[in-house]
Design a protein around this ligand. Structure first.
Ligand code: ATP
Ligand code: MG
Length: 421
């Protein structure tokens, strides 16, 4: 127990962390190029926020939350997703009183008590964006376009965009009546979860993964055929803007999204390769959430993407993430005076933004060179006590093996020019 990380969690070791840094950097860059600003919210919130903000009929709230009482008896929950906390922050700090739209991005760990498998963990990571304050269909497409661009920069192929419109409270109420009517006689054949959704959120039955349920709903009425004029118009505009953006898409009337607060546009990016965990990114409009949580009416749209699943997608696409370079300089020392000189030099190199390291284990010269190789140093500097007396060092290229004596006083300039800094 003591030496094993809890089930469903993973260490990200140095051998892998460069992949995370790479995709996080690209995500930040793409977000910034679209005018989004980072927001960081706490890892835990009051449980009520997720009960209200994610929705009581969702799997997340019903089965998956890490909820506990703190020492003062408050019910606290580890963040299972990124959106509700951002909305809470928007309301708490009255950010909506500033210029709209507000555009945020986040990168955060999330926690869900699920059965771990490939692409499904208990601690996982999401990045996402949220736009507040505009109900225009073009904003929905901007959000999808950001995701699309992100995949493009990463070089991911084989990702499809599926879109749907899941209506608004007005048209969904009428539609729910029709759907319940359709399901009335089939109720006994549905799984337990779907039976419990029948009253509160029957639309969710459409995306149940249970085959028996799927068989019952083959010709169920679809929300998309029962939209009110406003929602229908919105859907048409979204499609138009997707065409303008040159983004291919498919309409999938069965996309429901797991979360209760979605309205109008719902979309998913699907990877064709990772089997049952194929949704790599889900998002949509949630015009009612800010109000639901106690703020003023504020239309909003966003997406959330699992980083672990993105990494799987990259792997399945054969995309090599560039490894970070090794060290610029490793200093090999011979003798005690040289060791002190090397320590002084290290400081100077680092101050000049040249990455550098030295031996700290009293290795032999041969072993120091071997270690320098392991660190993938571009150059090795050799300093012996003699060199210290003469004020010189030996500079050796680890690529060509070529070596040259360089005056200590010229060293930084020489290195800067060789390293192109
Ligand atoms: P799924 O149907 O796979 O359970 P979901 O509908 O629960 O997905 P969302 O709540 O929309 O997923 O979360 C957004 C994204 O976060 C998902 O598309 C996925 O990439 C990722 N994700 C969700 N749950 C997990 C998990 N347990 N482990 C890793 N990634 C996850
Ligand atoms: Mg889930």
């Amino acid at each position: 127990m003591l030496t094993k990380a809890p089930k469903g969690t993973k260490d990200i070791l140095a051998t892998e962390v460069y992949k995370w840094q790479y995709i996080e950097k690209i995500f930040r860059d793409v977000c910034e190029s679209f005018g989004y600003k980072e927001i960081r919210t706490p890892v835990f919130e009051h449980t009520e926020l997720f009960e209200r903000g994610v929705g009581e009929t969702t799997d997340v709230v019903q089965k998956e939350m890490y909820t506990f009482e703190d020492k003062a008896g408050r019910s606290i929950t580890l963040k299972p997703e990124g959106t509700a906390p951002v909305v809470r922050a928007l309301i708490e700090h009255k950010l909506y009183s500033g210029a709209m739209p507000l555009k945020f991005f986040y990168i955060t760990p999330c926690y869900r008590y699920e059965r771990p498998q490939a692409g499904r963990l208990r601690e996982f990571h999401q990045f996402g964006i949220e736009v507040f304050g505009s109900s225009q269909p073009a904003v929905d497409v901007e959000v999808m376009s950001l995701v699309y661009n992100f995949y493009k920069v990463l070089g991911v192929e084989g990702i499809g965009l599926n879109i749907n419109n899941i209506g608004c409270p007005k048209c969904r109420a009428d539609y729910n009546l029709k759907l319940r009517e359709y399901l009335k006689d089939k109720l006994d054949n549905l799984c337990e979860t779907c039976q419990s959704r029948y009253e509160k959120n029957p639309m969710r039955i459409l995306d149940c993964k249970n085959e028996k349920c799927q068989a019952e709903i083959t010709d169920a009425p679809l929300m998309i055929n029962h939209l009110c004029d406003e929602c229908s118009e919105h859907f048409e505009r979204v499609k138009e803007y997707l065409d303008i953006a040159g983004i291919e898409y498919k309409v999938d009337p069965k996309i429901v999204r797991g979360l209760d607060y979605y309205t109008k546009t719902a979309f998913e990016f699907i990877s064709k390769e990772i089997g049952s965990q194929s949704t790599v990114c889900g998002g949509g409009r949630y015009d009612r959430l800010v109000e639901e949580l106690g703020g003023p009416y504020t239309p909003a749209v966003g997406f959330g993407m699992g980083i672990e699943r993105l990494l799987l997608t990259l792997e399945n696409n054969g995309i090599e993430i560039p490894r970070e370079k090794g060290l610029d300089i490793f200093i090999v020392t011979i003798g005690e005076k040289a060791d002190k000189e090397a320590f002084r030099l290290l400081n100077n190199l680092r101050k000049n933004k040249i990455s550098a390291d030295k031996d700290y284990l009293g290795r032999s010269i041969k072993a120091q060179f071997k270690y320098s190789d392991k660190l993938e140093a571009e150059y090795t500097i050799v300093i012996g006590d003699d060199e210290v007396e003469k004020g010189v060092v030996t500079l050796k290229s680890m690529h060509t093996g070529e070596q040259q004596e360089v005056k200590l006083s010229n060293l930084i300039d020489e290195l800067k020019s060789r390293l192109g800094r």
